[in-house]
Structure formats: structure tokens, C-alpha cells
Design a protein around this ligand. Structure first.
Ligand code: ATR
Length: 263
């Protein structure tokens, strides 16, 4: 029987995950189909009941369900430490929740540079920032968190032994984990002056060139955009679900092709 996987969220119709994961299943010759399913917050419980009854083998979970889904699946240690679930997998007929968003942030950074002792500033203190903290904790990077609501930055920093700052200081790496460019690509959470000493600027927003990435490029920084986050978290999901190495090139070209069609 064809195995069913899906991304659930609200809204979810613009998700690139179906294109990415279906390309991978096809290439790996796995009889599986990945769908995008819109689930309203009030329907999440009923949907999870439906998932248990049907042949759903795994899920990606996106806004606004990343925390609420914890009521219906067993969160693993990573998801518990981050405080959010973006991936659900099935083992012995039971659903478990994990988180691969941290891989989406740390794997591209590791591929670009050595992180130990690097001065890293995380902008934001929401879900993406929490995943970044988990991933960076293990690398030995020197992390400072800045957030519009400073108390939240302090709370998150305390949890990981990082610093919190009300100003964005000189940093070798700046990661935009706020939703600012997502809502309006012409808005940036920081002034263009902050990139003076920046080696790498990473924006978790994908699909558009944001002011954040434009300013960073103009200052001479290497830019990593949210497409890398999408791909690297997706590679990790495929490996969790199938136990096979992800066909990375195939997944990347499928997503790029779809973005060309969309634009
Ligand atoms: P996600 O799961 O994508 O990280 P989230 O949990 O809703 O989304 O977090 C959004 C982040 O973007 C928060 O850090 C938020 O700051 P606050 O904690 O002060 O709300 C940040 N953010 C949203 N709009 C912002 C804005 N206009 N300027 C600066 N930061 C903003």
C-alpha cells in the first residue's frame, strides 16, 4: 500500500515540501506520496485521530501547530529541548515528534565555516530561534540573542547559557530568525550597519530576496537564505522516515524548479 506523508499547517498551500519529498521518494523508488493538508487549529485533534486510523506514516508540522501537536504525539528529547515539533514519525504504530529545524540552520552554517568560538547573533526568540539555540549549543559558538521583546531573549539565553543583548553588536555570523522579512521583504529587523564585521548572514525566510540579505550582501557578507534551511531540514526528515540517505541533489533541483515556476 502507498505510504502517505503530509505537511500540515494553516495556511499550507505554498509549501515546497511536497515537491521536495515527492522527488526524493520517486528517485529512491519508494511507494509513497507526500501531500499538503490544511488543518485549522481547532481540527488538529480530529486530524491526528484520522492519521492514526489511516496509513499516514509521517508528517511535517508547520505554523500554527508546532507546539500544539505535542498533545497528540510523544515528543523525543530533541523536540522537548527545543520546545517545538516539526516532524512526526511512526514507530510500532505510535507517533513520535521530533525537530529537524535545527539541522536546517546548523548544517548549512557548518558547511560554510567553523563555528567553534565564532561570534554569532541570533535575531528573534520564537520557534526558529529556539531551534537555532539547540543546534548552536553543541558547536561551541559564542552566541548572543537579540529580540524585539528583550525579556524573551533573556529567557531563551538563560536556558542555553548564552548572552542576551538589547543591541545588535559586531558579529561574525548573524541569523535572522524573526518573521520580519517574511511579512514584508522590504523590512529588516536590523540596521544595515550591523554587517560591518559579518562573515555570514543567514535569513530563515525563503523564496524572496529580503532587505536583510540585500544589506548583508552589500556589506560583503556571504548570504545563506531560507531555501538552505528548507532543504537541510527536509533531508533530515527523509532520512528519519526512510532510514535511507536523502537524494540531496534531486531534492534541491525539484525545489529550485518549482520556485522558477512560481516566480
Ligand atoms: P517562528 O516560529 O517563525 O520563529 P514566532 O515563534 O512567531 O515565529 O516568532 C517570531 C519572532 O519574530 C519573534 O522573535 C518576534 O519578536 P517578539 O518576541 O518581540 O514578538 C519576531 N518579530 C515579529 N515581528 C517583528 C518585528 N516587526 N520586528 C522585530 N521582530 C519581530
Amino acid at each position: 500500500m502507498t505510504k502517505i506523508y503530509a505537511v500540515i499547517g494553516y495556511p499550507v498551500e505554498h509549501s515546497l515540501s511536497p515537491v521536495m519529498q515527492n522527488a526524493a521518494f520517486k528517485y529512491a523508488n519508494i511507494d509513497a506520496e507526500y501531500k499538503a493538508i490544511e488543518v485549522m487549529p481547532e481540527d488538529l485533534g480530529a486530524f491526528m485521530q484520522f492519521s492514526y486510523n489511516e496509513n499516514i506514516c509521517g508528517l511535517n508540522v508547520t505554523m500554527p501547530h508546532k507546539e500544539a501537536i505535542g498533545q497528540y504525539v510523544q515528543a523525543d528529547e530533541i523536540a522537548q529541548k527545543i520546545g517545538a515539533i516539526n516532524t512526526v514519525y511512526k514507530e510500532k504504530d505510535k507517533f513520535f515528534g521530533t525537530n529537524t529545524d535545527w539541522r536546517g540552520i546548523v548544517d548549512p552554517l557548518k558547511a560554510a565555516t567553523k563555528l567553534k568560538d565564532k561570534k554569532v547573533t541570533i535575531l528573534g526568540a520564537g520557534g526558529a530561534a529556539k531551534a537555532a539555540c539547540y543546534g548552536l549549543f553543541k558547536t561551541g559558538a559564542d552566541v548572543t540573542i537579540w529580540n524585539r521583546t528583550h525579556e524573551k531573549a533573556e529567557e531563551l539565553a538563560k536556558r542555553w547559557g548564552f548572552k542576551a543583548s538589547e543591541e545588535v553588536g559586531d558579529s561574525e555570523i548573524i541569523i535572522n530568525c524573526t518573521s520580519v522579512g517574511f511579512e514584508d521583504a522590504e523590512e529588516s529587523p536590523v540596521s544595515s550597519k550591523v554587517f560591518k564585521y559579518t562573515e555570514i548572514a543567514f535569513d530563515v525566510v525563503y523564496g524572496v530576496e529580503t532587505k536583510f540579505t540585500r544589506d548583508a550582501k552589500a556589506a560583503g557578507a556571504i548570504v545563506i537564505d531560507g531555501l538552505e534551511m528548507l532543504l537541510h531540514q527536509g533531508y533530515a526528515c527523509f532520512e528519519i522516515w526512510t532510514g535511507q540517505p536523502a537524494p540531496k541533489d534531486m531534492m534541491r533541483s525539484a525545489v529550485k524548479e518549482q520556485l522558477t515556476v512560481n516566480n
